[in-house]
Design a protein. Structure first.
Length: 114
């Protein structure tokens, strides 16, 4: 009779980060951003609703802080090039670079003038 090899098999258990209840092994984490950091939380659907409701109630009416620009760069009006914008800008007193994109305000002014 041959020797049987004993093999250990790890058991993975996932617990709800809100309720503490055990979750199915296939549960995917939900991403939450807080204080400039991203977190993955394992939540059931009920816990996710509870956390989202709590965060929604907490932030309702709060002042949102917007960092950076959310505005997309304007498109130069059809039939014109960046060189056209630069030439027009210089003729109209704007300071523009020879090798960089023109500022959004210059492109907006150019588009309004044409």
């Amino acid at each position: 009779m041959g020797r049987k090899e004993i093999v250990q098999k790890p058991v993975v258990k996932i617990f709800d980060d809100f309720s503490g209840a055990e979750l199915p092994e296939t549960t995917k984490p939900v991403r939450y951003d807080f204080n400039g950091r991203a977190y993955h939380l394992y939540l059931s659907e009920d816990s996710k609703r509870a956390v989202d409701t709590f965060i929604g109630d907490l932030t309702e009416g709060a002042d949102e802080i917007v960092t950076g620009s959310r505005r997309k760069a304007p498109v130069i009006k059809a039939g014109h090039s960046l060189e056209d914008v630069r030439a027009w800008a210089r003729q109209n007193g704007y300071d523009v670079s020879d090798n960089r994109r023109a500022p959004n305000s210059v492109i907006d002014a150019f588009n309004s003038a044409h």
